[in-house]
Ligand binder design. Structure first.
Ligand code: PEP
Length: 247
């Protein structure tokens, strides 16, 4: 079954999430895909309550690169697990650019998440300048190798890679099928060369960037992808349920 992951970003109060869950669960076909909702920290408890009887997984959007201690405002892997979280997004381009998260931090976060038995959704993708200067593959390779440094091959079973070109995120301009297939093939080659052909073949690779009800069917059928990561289009409960039902 393909994966559909939703990134709510900084949207939704506890009350909003409650209303969202009631509508979404009444409309979505849960058997269409393996669905994960990555909610804001403050909505995790209400998300856990509503999703407990469903096939839908609870996800978070970030975790600390420290394990415990004097880090005011931070949330660690152990806390996420105790809040019922199964998966966590790491390396999203908004965190790389707006919060200055470098590859060392991303690598630390991945290791902490895996140590806590969380599934990792690792985002990689090039900027518009990198695309225009033909540096897409080089960027993806560097991001992957730095993020996955020191991981054992069996740990990759709990890592999903999301190819998210920065220029496609929230821009209304999704990558073409050709561009997606080109990048996904390159991601699989890096995994195959650095880990094993099995890792290259079996690691889950998703696409994210301006997915809507209009392009979802086409994108889901791109070669060698295992699903999608959705941002803006997940925010309307009814709209997201129909996007999943259409996929
Ligand atoms: C994202 O931010 O991960 C994303 C895919 O956003 P959008 O769907 O809005 O482009």
């Amino acid at each position: 079954m393909k994966q559909i992951i939703a990134n709510f970003k900084m949207n939704g109060t506890v009350e909003d999430t409650k209303e969202y869950m009631i509508e979404f669960l009444s409309k979505v076909d849960q058997n269409k895909a393996e669905i994960t909702l990555c909610l804001p920290y403050t909505s995790l408890a209400v998300g856990r309550y509503f999703l407990s009887d469903s096939n839908i997984k609870l996800g978070a959007q970030n975790l600390s690169d420290e394990e415990e201690g004097k880090f005011t405002g931070e949330i660690n892997g152990k806390m996420l697990v105790s809040a019922g979280v199964q998966s966590v997004i790491v390396g999203h381009s908004e965190r790389r650019t707006k919060f200055k998260e470098n590859s060392k931090i991303i690598n630390k976060k991945i290791k902490i998440a895996l140590k806590n038995r969380l599934n990792v959704i690792l985002c990689v993708g090039e900027s518009l300048t990198e695309k225009n200067t033909l540096k897409t593959l080089e960027t993806i390779k560097n991001q992957l190798e730095e993020a996955l440094k020191g991981l054992y091959e069996n740990e990759l079973e709990r890592v999903t890679i999301a190819y998210e070109p920065i220029w496609a995120i929230g821009s209304g301009k999704s990558a073409t099928i050709k561009e997606i297939e080109y990048a996904v093939k390159a991601i699989r080659k890096v995994l195959s060369d650095d880990f094993s052909p099995k890792a290259g073949k079996e690691t889950q690779v998703l696409y994210g960037g301006s997915i809507t009800n209009k392009n979802v069917q086409n994108i889901m059928r791109a070669k060698e992808i295992n699903g999608i990561l959705v941002g803006g289009a997940c925010l309307d409960a009814g709209g997201f349920a129909s996007l999943i039902n259409l996929s």
